[in-house]
Design a protein around this ligand. Structure first.
Ligand code: ADP
Ligand code: MG
Length: 301
């Protein structure tokens, strides 16, 4: 039909609106959107695949991705364990747990004072199939105390070995550092997922991170692979964010997930609510985005 384009302008819309690409359509990453299959039922017995969410920069979306990717994976019928490996305890807080009142935390498993079984520490979240190993500020002491342990880098591996058989996927939310706790996560993991905030300094420090991953692969865990890079807090309305995303693609190419997590106030809101976006705002763009990321993750495992 001739005439002016009559499509209404997206004025006033939240950046959260899910683009909803069809397979083959060029997506925000400039590549054709893949045909992502419906998630298959999980394999039995559970595979216990461990994914560490790592980036030594703070505030890039590690915790938000751990919670919401975990919840989206649980929605597919998978048993998911979230491991809080940050003394800030943000993952625990984000699932409605008050870290100050914890009787036991992941710290008690890493630095045992007497017999503490992992079952005494694991907590169920409000989401079906989503469990959590919570943490609090106690964990900051572990960074120092682990130094004098024998096989200190394998401490978390030994803890997770005991529960691996019960979970399809275990997500480890790392602290913003490349210290001994993060090295423990990378040593225990099959995969590392790198969240990158679509902001000016997104790539600063990434060389150090990839260097650390290479060293762990060489010396501690030859099994470790990069699962992918997840762009987060993307504001599609700014040229700046699009330029950053382009540079992330230059650097990581096919490792970048097609799913781009947009910036929306709903994520900070979910922290206050103490639940994942998949239950807090199930139909929102943010929830759809993490479901889409879950599909991509499953296709890469
Ligand atoms: P990290 O674990 O890497 O430090 P967080 O996941 O805690 O990062 O995110 C940092 C802050 O940004 C939090 O307040 C979180 O609610 C907020 N945030 C995370 N993802 C988004 C998003 N897509 N849009 C808006 N805010 C976000
Ligand atoms: Mg965090």
């Amino acid at each position: 039909m001739a005439g002016k384009a009559t499509r209404p302008k997206a004025a006033g819309k939240d950046a959260d609106d899910e683009p909803g690409y069809r397979p083959g359509e060029i997506d925000e990453t400039g590549r054709p959107w893949p045909d992502l299959p419906e998630p298959q039922p999980p394999r039995r017995p559970p595979q216990g695949i461990i994914i560490a969410l790592t980036n030594q920069k703070g505030g890039v979306g590690k915790t938000t991705t751990a919670i919401n990717l975990g919840a989206a994976l649980a929605e597919t019928g998978r048993q998911v364990l979230l491991v809080d490996l940050d003394p800030q305890g943000s993952l625990s807080i984000g699932l409605g747990i008050n870290p100050h009142t914890l009787q036991r935390s992941v710290y008690d498993l890493l630095i045992p004072r007497g017999e503490v079984s992992v079952d005494e520490v694991i907590m169920a979240s409000n989401v079906d199939g989503l469990d959590i190993l919570p943490a609090n500020i106690d964990l900051s002491a572990a960074e120092v105390q682990l130094v004098s342990e024998v096989a200190r880098e394998q401490t978390l591996t030994r803890v997770l070995d005991k529960v691996k058989g019960r979970y399809d996927i275990i997500l480890i939310d790392c602290a913003p550092s490349l210290g001994l706790l993060t090295i423990n996560a990378l040593t225990a993991a099959d995969f590392v997922l790198i969240p990158l905030e679509c902001e000016f300094f997104a790539l600063r420090g990434v060389a150090l991170l990839t260097d650390t991953i290479a060293k762990v692969q060489e010396r501690l865990n030859s099994n470790l692979r990069v699962l992918g890079v997840a762009p987060t807090m993307f504001d599609h309305r700014t040229l700046h964010a699009r330029e950053v995303l382009e540079r992330v693609l230059d650097a990581f190419d096919d490792q970048v997930f097609h799913t781009v997590i947009r910036r929306t106030i709903k994520f900070p809101e979910t922290t206050v609510a103490g639940e994942p976006i998949t239950t807090y705002a199930s139909a929102s763009g943010g929830a759809q985005a993490y479901r889409s990321l879950a599909r991509e993750v499953l296709a890469r495992l």
